[in-house]
Design a protein around this ligand. Structure first.
Ligand code: ZN
Length: 421
């Protein structure tokens, strides 16, 4: 009997370890440790980036009202020829971009689940993620590349190497590179922190089994089918840390260098409810609802204000080249499938705005003005049209910086509009 119990115990432990290996939420810190070991100058550069981050935050207390930032994204789908389900659809890729835009702008439907005691810390991040409309050479693209490989599980490093079956990054100063494929080692995702170098490993890697939102629930892991693995990893790419700081937890003095996330003793797993107190952080306990924790997708719903500040600091510091990226601009692209040009006049505007929309062929047109908090302040669905001039009365819209979002059937274009008085 003793032997049977022992044997059962071994099986149980093996099952637990196996399950844990299937779903290690994030490998960002382990990836960083490898990079630090390989490059003796990296720690110094990261210390310098951290110093600049804190300085920028101190000098920009009202950063959130300044402007919106567009982040062009290229998704590299690297799929094993023996498993065509890894060659995910364009729709599944788009669902992930939608999740990023909702989560970062706090337009996520489950934002209502943020507990009342943490709502004051919940923050909207003024970023627009778009699938790149032009590649580094200036040619039209849908922002998705596809590489078939005969390697069954290519791995997080090799997926970035074309010589070994992966796909090379697009200019990391102009595009957020996301590789989707089999990472192995049980990781769901690995985001690379900013290193201060032009580095073609820059970007995030996400397992196919946790990329996108429930389009094909049979291929997505049930606890990670809402696209939050990518939301989390892009947070690292923008210099956010886990709430328990660097390392694996069990440390009540380790910090994520954020002023509004409480100290906590390590990752949160599953889907807890109520206050989970650690590190004397009562009564409210760990802020396990933040995307940077390890909670199940359905149980995370916010970025904290300081996490937003760190990301803004990254895009105004170590990643400031993104402010000049042409990756999602449509002007000057001659061979795009439908939109020929979009001119917005005048800009800055006062009481009226004219959109001159020039299409290749008839399309379904909708356009909206979105403020820096992500709220739609004006929208108009034209329906089927061949384009032309459209007018917006802006006399009742407060002065400020807005994103003019033009939606066609297969394209969404964002351009900055300023309204002055
Ligand atoms: Zn992480």
């Amino acid at each position: 009997m003793k032997k049977i119990i022992l044997f059962s115990l071994v099986i149980l432990i093996a099952a637990f370890v196996s399950n844990a290996q299937d779903t290690i939420r994030c490998g960002a810190d382990e990836h960083l440790a490898k990079m630090l070991a390989a490059d003796p100058t990296l720690q110094q550069r990261m210390d310098s980036i951290e110093y600049e981050t804190q300085l920028w935050i101190a000098n920009h207390p009202h950063y959130e009202m300044k402007y919106r930032i567009t982040i062009p994204v290229v998704v590299h789908v690297v799929w094993y020829s023996g498993d065509p389900t890894e060659n995910i659809s364009d729709a599944q890729v788009q669902s992930q971009i939608d999740v990023l835009n909702e989560d970062y702008n706090r337009r996520n439907a489950d934002s209502v689940n943020t507990p009342s005691y943490f709502k004051q810390y919940a923050s909207s991040v003024p970023f627009d993620f778009c699938l790149a409309s032009r590649d580094p050479a200036g040619n039209w693209t849908n922002g998705i590349t596809r590489v078939e490989t005969n390697i069954q599980c290519i791995g997080a490093d090799t997926i970035k190497m074309p010589a070994f079956g992966g796909d090379t990054a697009w200019d990391p100063n102009s595009y957020l590179n996301i590789w989707v494929g089999c990472i192995g080692e049980g990781y769901l995702g690995i985001g690379q922190y900013p290193t201060g170098n032009l580095d073609y490993s820059d970007g995030v890697v996400v397992t196919t089994r946790a990329f996108g939102r429930g389009v094909y629930p049979d291929t997505l892991l049930s606890h990670y089918n809402l696209g939050r693995t990518t939301t989390h990893e892009v947070g690292h790419w923008l210099n956010d840390m886990h709430p328990w700081g660097m390392g694996g937890g069990s440390c009540c003095t380790c910090s994520d260098n954020c002023y509004d996330t409480p100290y906590q003793n390590g990752p949160t797993f599953g889907c807890p409810s109520g206050q989970q107190v650690s590190c004397n952080n009562g009564p409210n306990g760990d802020m396990y609802e933040v995307y940077m924790d390890y909670t199940d997708d359905a149980c995370m719903n916010m970025f904290a204000t300081c996490q937003t500040a760190r990301m803004m600091a990254a895009l105004n510091g170590v990643r400031q080249q993104f402010l000049n990226s042409n990756g999602c601009l449509m002007n000057g692209v001659s061979d795009m499938p439908n939109l020929k040009s979009l001119n917005i006049m005048p800009n800055p505007a006062t009481d009226n705005l004219t959109l001159d929309i020039n299409l290749m062929k008839t399309d379904n047109i909708k356009y909206s003005l979105i403020n820096v908090l992500g709220s739609v302040v004006y929208t108009n669905s034209v329906g089927t049209s061949s384009g032309g001039k459209f007018y917006i009365n802006t006399s009742h819209i407060p002065a400020g910086i807005y994103s003019l979002q033009l939606q066609l059937t297969k394209q969404t274009i964002n351009q900055k509009v300023v309204i002055i008085r």
